[in-house]
Design a protein around this ligand. Structure first.
Ligand SMILES: Cc1cc2nc3c(=O)[nH]c(=O)nc-3n(C[C@H](O)[C@H](O)[C@H](O)COP(=O)(O)OP(=O)(O)OC[C@H]3O[C@@H](n4cnc5c(N)ncnc54)[C@H](O)[C@@H]3O)c2cc1C
Length: 484
């Protein structure tokens, strides 16, 4: 029975990368502490991984969702190591390692040393044809503009206009930062999405000075000392990670097609998880579903929490995977991809040249391109049929790359309400959510909705939730065994 002896019962709701990492860590932490644990993972879909979707199409690895992650964050590489996947990690190719920006119908490389919104090296920046002379001068004023004196949050737009001016915002920050979140820079929180740059302003008085003071991060070193490029993936695709987690957790512990409808507190102090197949009792529950889903599940248990969770908006996107004959791209692909500012008035938000980024993503005589559409600023595009989305994406690729040929293959994947929007006040909202969750001892949150949308941040959130859940469940089970 739950809580008897030293056995603990933990539920994880949602088997995206956050929930799977949480479940895996629950098992590894329980094993390390020699605690017998009954773990169950509830997943609404018929497969695990959430937005991680690698498919083998004609022997070719196709990434429908994420294609890589930042290697410098420790929890993700530790997980990769623990799962025995280190040998499979691949860095980005050395050649063509640069990003391009669409500007007036042309593609310009981001100057060497440019980091998201500011240069860390002045010469390549000064020589870049991407910015006008007055634009460069305005951006350089960051080095003498006094920092903001109060610690209130501000939008990405306000932060960038204040420090770098309009050209930097329109040409770089809107497509790059807006692209990561498929969001609106006028609404996104600078504190939550540009954290390191906001800190540089506060510490060094200038973002450019802060970047120049940083040591070279072109190659990231993991805790184990291995050196990788900034972004890495696994030889057989990102989903290798979710599949390995699924196998390590054990199929018998994962209930697929099991949509959780509510989580209720029982008189015993434990939690009842209600799913399609009935209800079950747990000492602790890790909610690893998107915030708006978690809101519905906890609404009976804590209406305030549900209302705070609902305030985290989401945006939707679609990814269009296209395979072309290499010879059909007259311009060639001399980068890892390009972003498209809204001022260009096109359909695609960005295109990633995945076969330039990683080996094995296309046959030698072909190139694979992933185009992204939708987001907060162009939600209407997601109402289009797959055929129309492909047509519009192809028109944009013809405009920027000159490619007129029919693609050899075209695959569209949609991600409704998949990207949380870290809008103005997000950090305070998350604080409020945490204090509400603290009123529900035994319930823990993980996932992309709170402290980072990237795969590494999701893994960290799962790891932290697992640690807290195991500790909590052990404490109450010990208290009970003392009482009986
Ligand atoms: C198109 C796209 C591209 C991206 N590219 C990158 C990238 O290259 N690099 C990177 O680091 N990050 C990238 N991201 C972000 C990152 O992939 C995600 O933030 C992360 O994978 C989210 O994981 P998660 O587990 O928190 O959520 P999800 O993946 O959304 O998982 C939530 C899970 O909960 C399940 N669920 C929902 N409701 C219920 C319910 N009621 N009961 C039970 N289960 C339920 C869902 O089916 C799903 O499996 C990308 C995201 C998208 C959408």
């Amino acid at each position: 029975m739950a809580g008897n002896g030293n056995k603990i019962r933990i539920a994880v709701v949602g088997a995206g990368i956050s929930g799977l990492s949480a479940a895996y860590r629950v098992l590894s932490m329980s094993k390390a502490a020699a605690v017998e644990t009954d773990l169950r993972v509830f997943e609404g879909a018929d497969s695990v991984g959430g937005v991680l979707r690698t498919e083998l199409v004609n022997n070719r690895i196709v990434e429908h969702g994420p294609d890589s992650w930042v290697a410098s964050k420790p929890d993700v590489m530790e997980l990769v190591e623990d799962l025995g996947l280190t040998e499979q990690v691949i860095s980005t190719n050395e050649t063509n390692r640069r990003s391009l920006i669409a500007c007036d119908g042309e593609l310009h490389p981001l100057p060497d040393g440019f980091v998201m919104l500011a240069p860390s090296r002045l010469i390549p920046f000064a020589l870049s044809p991407l910015f006008s002379l007055s634009g460069k001068f305005r951006m350089a004023l960051d080095m003498v503009t006094p920092p903001k004196t109060d610690d209130s949050d501000e939008s990405v737009e306000t932060f960038v206009l204040r420090r770098f001016g309009r050209e930097a915002l329109d040409k770089i920050v809107q497509p790059m930062v807006g692209g990561i979140y498929v969001g609106d820079v006028a609404k996104l929180s600078a504190r939550s999405t540009l954290t390191q740059f906001v800190e540089m302003e506060q510490r060094q008085g200038s973002v450019i000075k802060g970047l120049m003071a940083r040591k070279d991060n072109a190659h990231e070193r993991t805790a184990s000392g291995a050196r990788y490029s900034m972004f890495v993936t696994l030889k057989n695709g990102v989903s290798t990670l979710s599949r390995a987690l699924e196998a390590a957790i054990g199929l018998d512990r994962i209930e697929k097609n099991s949509t959780v409808t509510s989580v209720r507190k029982l008189d015993s102090g434990r939690w009842s998880v209600e799913a399609a197949g009935g209800s079950s009792e747990f000492d602790a529950v890790i909610m690893a579903t998107p915030a708006f889903v978690t809101a519905q599940i906890v609404s009976d248990a804590n209406a305030n929490l549900a209302s705070d969770l609902e305030k985290i908006e989401t945006s939707s996107a679609a990814v269009i995977n296209l395979l072309y004959k290499r010879a059909d791209i007259p311009r060639g692909l001399d980068g890892f991809g390009f972003v498209v500012p809204v001022t260009e008035k096109r359909t695609i938000l960005a295109a990633s040249f995945i076969s330039n980024k990683f080996k094995g993503r296309a046959p030698e005589d072909c190139v694979a391109v992933r185009a992204f559409v939708g987001g907060v600023l162009q939600p209407e595009h997601l109402k289009l049929s797959d055929a129309d989305l492909v047509k519009l994406a192809r028109a944009d690729l013809e405009y920027y790359l000159g490619v007129k040929a029919e693609p050899l293959s075209q695959l569209v994947n949609r991600y409704p309400a998949s990207m949380p929007q870290y809008n103005l006040g997000h950090a305070e909202r998350v604080q409020k959510i945490i204090s509400e969750v603290n009123q529900m001892p035994g319930v823990f949150l993980a996932g992309s909705s709170y402290n980072g949308v990237g795969i590494p941040d999701c893994i960290t959130s799962g790891t932290r939730a697992a640690l807290a859940a195991v500790e909590y469940a052990r404490t109450i089970s010990k208290l009970e065994s003392v009482a009986t």
